[in-house]
Design a protein around this ligand. Structure first.
Ligand code: UDP
Length: 326
């Protein structure tokens, strides 16, 4: 089986490529390397190209036949999406439409989409399941929800089967530390906490101390990147049994505040981690915690990294590794 992985040079996509290759799949990565890295593509073939280049996409699909597409390519920073929505709508919506239309033209019928908890907006329940209203509060979440709607309509009209996986907060690194999170600039909490340990001069900022949460900082559900990738494999099998467009929430079902993450990181690294308070970051909901019961039952998905300590340990092993080894 030949899988096209769009965004296979990025954080989550590169872990997916490594897992697929390890499971014996033939893999082609398509990536514009805007935020991803060629060194992160461990196996298969890398085609450098952009989803906004329709002719390039036609060539890609003409040169190979694919059994399914996994789509990780997207701009994915909430704060940036508030400041630069045009980039987000063009990349995430127009780029995905181009990809889906190239799939249609080539007769490729299976699609796994990286959606997001950001499609839900401000939660109206303690834990978010698939019946929760989807009312994004930032352009990033809007772009992901728009694609989910496109997928629903493409399933009906064109028989394109899809699974949208709504990640809560992807975290951690490849358990053998061959891959990990590497963004420049880094905006995500856990890498920033660990980088502050390795380079104390860099400092750590916490955005917002006055949220309606127990300690005033934002609460998130951190899910290991390996567990996210496992769900993609399960989604491939699921589509064979269940045609149509489906959506599943992926998280551990437990929320951690920023201060709790810092305390857990202090235990894992054996270092005290100072930080400074900053105002709230635009577009951040106070709490996002998944109810992933449906994924557990329908996809037979079971996260292997159930506690935050384990997640932080894999991330720490990656960040401590000398960059020259990457
Ligand atoms: N955050 C922070 N300092 C950082 C990075 C993030 O305080 O250096 C906060 C951010 O405002 C949010 C939470 O940590 O409340 C998680 O942010 P992240 O960017 O990791 O993930 P997101 O939830 O935006 O996908």
């Amino acid at each position: 089986m030949h899988i096209l992985v769009c965004g296979g040079a990025g954080y989550i996509g590169s872990h997916m490529v490594k897992m697929l290759v390890g499971e014996g799949y033939e893999v082609t990565t398509f990536d514009n390397l805007s935020t991803g890295h060629a060194w992160a593509v461990h196996g298969g073939r890398l085609v450098v190209g952009d989803l906004l280049d329709e002719a390039g996409l036609r060539q890609l699909f003409a040169a190979q036949s694919f059994d399914a597409v996994m789509h990780f390519s997207a701009k994915s920073l909430v704060g940036e999406s508030v400041r630069q929505p045009a980039q987000y709508y063009r990349n995430n919506v127009v780029g995905t439409l181009n990809l889906l239309d190239a799939m249609r033209a080539a007769g490729v019928k299976r699609f796994v989409f990286s959606s997001s908890a950001a499609t839900f907006g401000n939660p109206v329940a303690d834990r978010i399941d698939e019946s929760h209203p989807q009312q994004p509060i930032n352009p990033y979440g809007e772009t992901k929800l728009m694609v989910e709607h496109v997928l629903r309509d493409y399933a009906v009209a064109y028989g394109l089967h899809s699974v949208s996986l709504r990640y809560f907060n992807a975290a951690g690194a490849d358990p053998d530390a061959a891959l990990g999170e590497e963004h420049d600039p880094e905006t995500h909490l856990i890498p920033n906490v660990l980088k502050a340990v390795l380079d104390p001069g860099r400092g750590l900022k916490i955005f917002g101390s006055d949220y309606p949460t127990p300690d005033g900082t934002c609460v998130r559900d951190y899910i290991h990147v390996h567990d996210l990738c496992r769900a993609h494999l399960q989604a491939l099998h699921f589509m064979d049994r269940e045609p149509g467009a489906h959506g599943f929430n992926l998280g551990n079902g437990r929320g951690f505040s920023i201060l709790e993450i810092i305390r857990a990181a202090e235990q894992v690294t054996g270092t005290s981690i100072p930080f400074e308070w900053q105002p709230r970051r635009a577009g951040d909901p106070p709490v996002l915690v998944a109810d992933a019961t449906l994924a557990r039952t329908a996809l037979a998905w079971q996260p292997a990294f159930g506690n935050i300590q384990q997640i932080l340990e894999t991330a720490w092993a990656w960040h401590r590794k000398p960059a020259a080894g990457r």
